[in-house]
Design a protein around this ligand. Structure first.
Ligand code: PLP
Length: 383
């Protein structure tokens, strides 16, 4: 898909879906059920857990953007991930990256493990070491690329080739770059998962999750899981997400421009031990990112130097808000050890490389000078 096609699809993919009245914007069908003209005859919408017209417009839109057979909308990213993991068999294993969102780790280790689905960490950034972990019981490789919170980049095409040779599915969490910058399905992945709460929604006002499946047969199986488990997105929240998606491109362009400027500034500032941002030429993920994505995104992390107090740093921020989440127009600062990754035990966090001095920034669309001045003030105040 060309950039031009993508930019147009963001705006027009969900337009004019209402044939009955000709509404340009998808109407909100705030209804649970639908009149059945004749019993025993199938109709497209009969009960909103199975399908709702507003949600269907959103599900079609995300399938078009990610270039898959079908899309599915859920009430959160974790509801989406739960449903995806339900595709995998008991007795199987999932390979997970060196670091990943704490909630996904908790879901696998705290719950799916009890149902007989085990997990193991694999270095998905290195095809040779991934190959070694691809034992016959591996049913799926779960990718986050870039990862949360260390922004490690994996080669989606290489990982998919290796996984498919061993009969494993590739599930790509595409939350951080969104289909605007990266489309894992044409690169070889089988399933894309989103915390749509983040960039797709974009305004910190709707919790949501999306899934896109490349293969039509697998999508049919997944539809049954969505219908049976029922963690679906409401009609109103589907509308909010459709609204957010229209401006995804311009938001991400500005956020990425700001993030790049901040990453460069941090790289030259005293008080920073290391910057993690795959948009920097010096970052280990830079070359692969350039090959498979059209932008580096607006998330970056850094290790705060030992001369600074982490608590004082967060407390001194005035524009950038210390908070969970990411991907909206407001800049947020996260302390992974106590926020997004608190559900991972400290020894496991240390193994993953997530230190207690790590700060993750989700850069918004504010003025760049104001953001840099805010960070500068926090560095000074935390000495
Ligand atoms: C990469 C990633 N995947 C999944 C999730 C979970 O999404 P949600 O909070 O919408 O359930 C998050 C949340 O922060 C995330 O960062």
């Amino acid at each position: 898909m060309t950039k031009d096609d993508l930019e147009t699809l963001l705006v027009h993919g969900s337009a004019n879906a209402d044939e009955a009245k000709g509404a340009l914007t998808a109407p909100i069908f705030q209804t649970v059920t639908f009149r059945q003209p004749e019993i025993g005859v199938e109709i497209p919408f009969d009960y909103s857990r199975a399908a709702n017209p507003t949600r269907t417009v959103l599900e079609r839109q995300i399938a078009l953007l990610e270039e898959g057979a079908a899309g599915f909308a859920f009430a959160s990213g974790m509801a989406a991930m739960t449903a995806v993991l339900m595709l995998l068999d008991k007795g199987g294993r999932v390979l997970i990256p060196l670091d990943l969102y704490g909630g996904t780790y908790r879901l696998l280790d705290g719950y799916f493990k009890n149902f007989g689905l085990s997990w193991r960490i694999a270095d998905t950034t290195d095809a040779a070491s991934l190959e070694k972990e691809l034992s016959p019981d591996v049913r799926a490789v779960l990718l986050e690329t870039p990862t949360n919170p260390l922004l490690r980049v994996s080669d989606i095409a290489e990982v998919s080739r290796a996984a498919h040779e061993h009969g494993a599915l590739v599930i790509a969490d595409n939350t951080f770059l969104s289909p605007y910058f990266q489309r894992p399905l044409p690169l070889g992945a089988d399933i894309v998962v989103h915390s749509a709460t983040k960039y797709l929604g974009g305004h910190n006002d709707v919790l949501s999750g999306l899934v896109v499946i490349k293969d039509g047969r697998l999508a049919e199986r997944f539809l049954e899981i969505q219908k049976s488990t029922g963690g679906v997105l409401s009609p109103f929240d589907s509308y909010l997400l459709l609204r957010g998606i229209k401006t995804l491109g311009i938001r991400l362009e500005k956020e990425t421009e700001n993030a790049t400027a901040i990453a460069r500034w941090l790289s030259g500032r005293s008080g920073v031990d290391r910057v993690y941002y795959p948009g920097l030429e010096s970052d280990p993920g830079y070359a692969i990112l350039k090959k498979q994505a059209t932008g580096a995104g607006a998330l970056l992390s850094f290790d705060l130097g030992k001369a600074h107090s982490v608590g004082k740093f967060f407390a001194a921020l005035e524009i950038i808000t210390p908070a969970e989440s990411l991907g909206a127009v407001e800049s947020l600062a996260c302390h992974p050890a106590t926020m997004s990754h608190a559900s991972i035990p400290p020894d496991m966090r240390a193994k993953m490389g997530i230190s207690d001095r790590l700060v993750r920034l989700a850069v918004g669309i504010e003025g760049i000078n104001a953001l840099i001045a805010d960070l500068d003030r926090a560095f000074d105040a935390s000495m």
